[in-house]
Design a protein around this ligand. Structure first.
Ligand code: NAD
Length: 361
């Protein structure tokens, strides 16, 4: 059956990098992949088109599709808008409406880019971690929240960290399943020594682990996890954690690789439907110049094929094609460091996309 992909370019460099990812998908379609792609505006582009960062038609398209490919949203021109219609609301709306509770953020250091990391090559060479972050619960959504005025006139800000057992169970299953497809090692990150909510998190993770006897489960406090990520990151295979801890740790892990333009992400629902996007933003500083790195978006297509379309072999082929273009010495400006520029060829966004397509075929 034809699989439907909603293509949402968004703002800034979004349309440029999505165009390259679409080239890759078109090339796979020419080779027999049965897909249909439909494009719609989101973020600032959605606001300009309909007054809403998540237009009704875009949401309807996302709901009826098997997977969503998103570029990035945001830009200075929308920063003064009311918070309810800012571009980021488009993204949050999609996550909430589609119940995309499981956020997968790999941190992979390609051997060809070992110099891009600020850490010593022996600490990061061959790094391949998957961070699974709970995305629709926890302190970012907990009620009550706000800023109140106390009896003495002083203001007090407050947020609530809250997780129901069912929310922990479903992210637990998601992480264990991913660990089963990888190195079968899962580290659950919490702060169970201080926060009751994450004491429950640990208890539920242990319970869920009984369904996955092959996976080795360990636990780590978040402060230690942050330290270990920069001290000896290769000890990790898959990490699972709460919304806020995952927000912070996944950015830290991403930066171990030193190249924001290389990292994809996936946000999945309980049935494997997902939204796929690069981890970086809309990069207004380089938008429209054909210099952005499209590889994070192309690698997001690989994740989409693996996790939502059940096309593991095609996913592997895209990842190999990316390795191949790096081996050929092709580099967009962001991954061309002064120390490694010898023998490298600086390429534009579209040249990089063309090279991946050529390497695929
Ligand atoms: P950013 O990720 O857009 O850019 C940070 C830096 O990285 C910039 O110097 C940029 O040029 C560079 N960069 C990012 N992606 C690149 C790529 N593919 N190739 C080469 N260089 C790249 O973060 P920011 O500057 O803090 O935010 C810009 C806008 O993006 C803001 O409006 C922000 O709200 C939005 N944003 C959106 C998302 C998203 O859509 N998921 C995520 C983060 C930020």
């Amino acid at each position: 059956m034809t699989k439907k992909i909603a293509v949402l370019p968004g703002d800034g460099i979004g349309p440029e990098i999505i165009a390259e990812a679409v080239k890759v998908l078109e090339s796979l379609r020419a080779g027999g992949l049965d897909i249909e792609m439909n494009e719609a505006p989101v973020g600032g582009a959605g606001y300009e088109a309909s007054g809403k960062p998540l237009p009704d038609d875009t949401l309807a398209l996302a709901k009826e599709s098997d997977a969503i490919l998103l570029g990035a949203v945001g830009g200075h021109q929308w920063e003064s808008l009311d918070i309810s219609v800012r571009p980021e609301k488009g993204l949050l709306g999609l996550r909430a409406e589609l119940e995309l509770f499981s956020n997968l953020r790999p941190a992979i250091l390609y051997k060809q880019l070992a110099d891009a990391s600020t850490l010593k090559p022996e600490v990061v060479a061959g790094l391949d971690i998957m961070i699974v972050r709970e995305l629709t619960g926890g302190i970012y959504f907990g009620q009550p929240r706000g800023v109140r005025t106390l009896d003495n006139g002083e203001k007090q800000g407050f947020n609530t960290l809250v997780y129901a057992e069912s929310e922990i169970e479903r992210i637990g299953h998601s992480a264990f399943k991913i660990a089963m497809k990888r190195g079968k090692k899962l580290c659950s990150v919490d702060k169970a020594n201080v926060l009751e909510c994450t004491e429950l998190w640990r208890e539920v993770m242990i319970r869920v682990s009984k369904d996955y006897p092959e996976v080795e489960l360990s636990h780590m406090y978040v402060d230690n996890a942050a330290m270990q990520l920069v001290r000896a990151p290769k000890q990790f295979d898959v990490m699972v954690t709460t919304n806020m801890f995952g927000d912070i740790l996944s950015d830290c892990a991403a930066m171990l690789t030193g190249s924001i333009g290389m990292l994809p992400s996936a946000s999945l629902d309980a049935n494997g439907k997902g939204m796929y996007e690069p981890i970086h933003g809309s990069a207004p500083d380089i938008a429209g110049q054909n210099v952005a790195n499209p590889l994070a978006t192309i690698l997001s297509v690989a994740m989409m094929l693996r996790y939502s379309l059940n096309e593991t072999e095609l996913a592997n082929r895209i990842e190999s094609a990316v390795e191949k273009v790096l081996d050929q010495g092709l580099r967009t400006a962001d991954i061309l460091s002064d120390s490694t520029s010898d023998g490298m060829q600086k390429v534009s966004t579209s040249e990089m996309g063309d090279a991946v397509v050529a390497a695929l075929t």
